[in-house]
Design a protein around this ligand. Structure first.
Ligand SMILES: Cc1ncc(COP(=O)(O)O)c(C=O)c1O
Length: 381
């Protein structure tokens, strides 16, 4: 194999995909309960997205940083509209990591403060200062500890006056754990950050674009972000991400001669895909449908909690769900994952949290969720 192994590689012969199904070279069908890596919110091989890609490819896919196309502007308006940042500005980039890093850099530059704050265990990306979370500049707040202790006293230890940005991942201290930070702790941090003149960057790479039953995960909280970083679902599998920000921040950046050189920023092809994903989700009401199916899925997982000794706790918001298992040497999460794979189901798993994860496309059928729950019940029993 000539592909560098940066990850465990389990299967090498997938040949095609349709909505939530993947097919291998033998014609075997697998149900994708992970949306690739949480990307295909509208399912694989979506006809509307494919049509836009073909059409935009036939026009222009890429331009230099000095040039723009009308489709990029139209896509920006859509991104700002769903982010609640109408009148603000937006940039299209290539990956979620890049969008988060961009947002953190911008917030730190504008606030002029040395530190930024995020939740311990939150995943912010594969590279850059946000990815590294170097503790000399990043303050890592453990909200579970803060909840156990007196959260006011816990927050009092944090030097908010030195913190330029609160980088909030609403998927919950690392999407791997599927734990959602409580509203009152988030609100207390938000209020303190704002009082001290800091900015709020939300990392919506995993939780955005309908995954949690709303356009964005932050909409489950009582806060108004300054900067919204998004990726994954925005491209439905095509590598495009975006950073949206308030008008006044964008104006300050532009006035200060902000410079960012990356070859694929604001590519018309990526922007066209992002725009079509947003319009399709809205016109076909997939977020609401996804929210309802997520509730049904979570109720099914909760039932497993009661019926299978191995199932410890089901958690979820919209179509971002997880099942924590009790430790069991014979039946580790990896083992359960393998058994599901043998039965034709691709799910996520996270050994450190003893978690099985389910993040299917919002377009998945009820029957496929029911089938997975049935097989899972069988395996866990
Ligand atoms: C919460 C979160 N933020 C950021 C990223 C980085 O996105 P990408 O892998 O597209 O760079 C990920 C990726 O899994 C993520 O889960």
């Amino acid at each position: 194999m000539h592909i560098l192994r940066c990850h465990e590689i389990i299967k090498t012969d997938f040949t095609r995909a349709e909505n939530c199904y993947l097919y291998d070279s033998q014609g075997n069908r697998y149900m994708d309960f992970e949306s690739g890596i949480w990307c295909t919110v509208l399912g694989h091989n979506h006809p509307r997205i494919n049509r836009v890609i073909e059409s935009q490819l036939g026009k222009v896919a890429h331009l230099g940083t000095r040039y723009l196309s009308r489709i990029t502007e139209e896509a920006a308006v859509e991104v700002l509209n769903i982010s609640g940042l109408e009148g603000g500005k937006c940039v299209f980039l290539s990956s979620g990591s890049e969008a988060v890093e961009f947002g953190v850099q911008v917030a730190r530059r504008l606030s002029g403060k040395p530190l930024w704050l995020t939740f311990a265990r939150s995943y912010l990306g594969a590279y850059g200062s946000a990815g590294r979370k170097n503790t000399s500049e990043a303050w890592l707040l453990d909200w579970e500890k803060s909840r156990e202790q007196n959260s006011e006293a816990y927050l009092d230890q944090i030097p908010f006056e030195q913190i330029g940005a609160f980088v909030f991942e609403p998927g919950g201290s690392g999407s791997g754990f599927v734990k959602f930070p409580p509203r009152q702790i988030v609100k207390a941090i938000y209020d303190r950050i704002k009082r001290a003149g800091g900015l709020v960057v939300v990392n919506e790479v995993t939780t955005g674009i309908g995954r949690t039953g709303k356009w964005f995960g932050f909409q489950h909280y009582d806060l108004e972000p300054d900067i919204v970083a998004m990726g994954k679902g925005l491209g439905n599998g095509y590598p495009v991400s975006a950073v949206a920000m308030k008008k006044e921040l964008a104006e300050e950046l532009e006035a200060g001669g902000f410079y960012y050189a990356q070859s694929h920023q604001n590519d018309p092809l990526g922007a066209a895909v992002a725009r079509e994903v947003i319009v399709t989700l809205r016109e076909e009401n997939w977020i609401e449908k996804g929210r309802e199916k997520g509730e049904y899925f979570l109720a099914g997982l909760k039932q497993l909690e009661g019926e299978c000794e191995l199932a410890k706790e089901a958690r979820g918001r919209g179509m971002l769900l997880g099942l924590e298992l009790r430790p069991d040497e014979q039946r580790s999460v990896q083992n359960i994952y393998r058994r599901l794979l043998d039965r034709g189901f691709l799910v996520g798993y996270y050994s450190a949290g003893n978690m099985l994860r389910f993040d299917p496309a919002l377009t998945i059928d009820h029957e496929d969720i029911a089938r997975l729950l049935e097989v899972l019940h069988e395996i866990l029993s």
